[in-house]
Design a protein around this ligand. Sequence first.
Ligand SMILES: [Zn+2]
Ligand SMILES: [Zn+2]
Length: 374
Amino acid sequence: MAKARQYHHLFMISTILLLLSLNSVPLVSAHFFPNITSIPEDLLKNASTNPWGYFRQLGGCQAGKQYDGLAKLKHYFQYFGYIPNSLSNITDDFDDYLESALRTYQQNFNLNVTGQLDNQTMNHIVRPRCGNPDIVNGSTSMNSGKTNTSSSHFHTVSHYTFFTGMPRWRKQALTYSFLPENQLTDEVKTVFSRAFDRWSTVIPLTFTKTDSINAADIRIGFFTGDHGDGEPFDGVLGTLAHAFSPPSGRLHLDGDENWVVAGDVRTSSLTSAVDLESVAVHEIGHLLGLGHSSVEESIMYPSITSRIKKVELASDDIEGIQTLYGSNPNYNGSSTESVQERDTGSGSSGAHSVHSRWGLTGLIMAFGVALLLL
Ligand SMILES: [Zn+2]
Ligand SMILES: [Zn+2]
């Protein structure tokens, strides 16, 4: 009887392992360019295709009317949290959902709040950006969540946000590793090392590279298209990367981007050239617990124009991350929040809990394993 039960357990475990392996996706070698002069000519000739460039045709559409393709734009807004996920019937109508989404989006990105598809808004919508949503489950964040909040800061209103519940790492010495299948060069790995350093300068956390991907706290990988977490990448431009809230430690980058590893990306003639370090610093902010910020100069601002390098933490980023972890004793700048505040769990500005689907998957898996062990 006991033996039969053992076999049953073995069978169930093998089934789970098989399912997990089926769920895994082929990994890619991303497009890296050591510097801008190493980008091949044929790539320069092939003008980059922006998956959102199509939206420009929708400029000037008016509320109350119906337009072919408007549903795609509404899906975009739903993806980034501006239209509730509960709305399943997305139509081509310029309805109240779209108008409300536009107003919130415009507020978050410091645009004129018109509720219309004007040029200024359209130019922002098509910008390449982080795949993490700005708002999740209707919890407002960024500027739109700040309107009724009394500012506890004296001269400036801070715009940093956290994930719901303010999750953060409970240890200070973190390790990170790269997916071996990506076969990244040392030069690429150094970019991430520099990006981690920018954060560890201001908070008392350390980041150490390890070769053991399974043991690492933070796992970094390049993927293309659908890669098994319900958040597929979309080719050149569009979404560039996404990262999960603590303590998940997963940082995914779009292998289809033209990543510039070193040198001045601003002088690139390739309009789709994206600076790797800029995106890495932003995504590490998510890994550590920061959501998106409305401060355009901040690292945690959701979008980045291609051919832009932005790697310095702004005061908004520093205030936000020090609210979670306190200040690095060696950091000379000022920290505006006391460390006690970070444990209260209050004060969360209701930012998103990214990839809750994974949370659910994890829960189901854990439940399954628990059943097996019974
Ligand atoms: Zn982001
Ligand atoms: Zn992913």
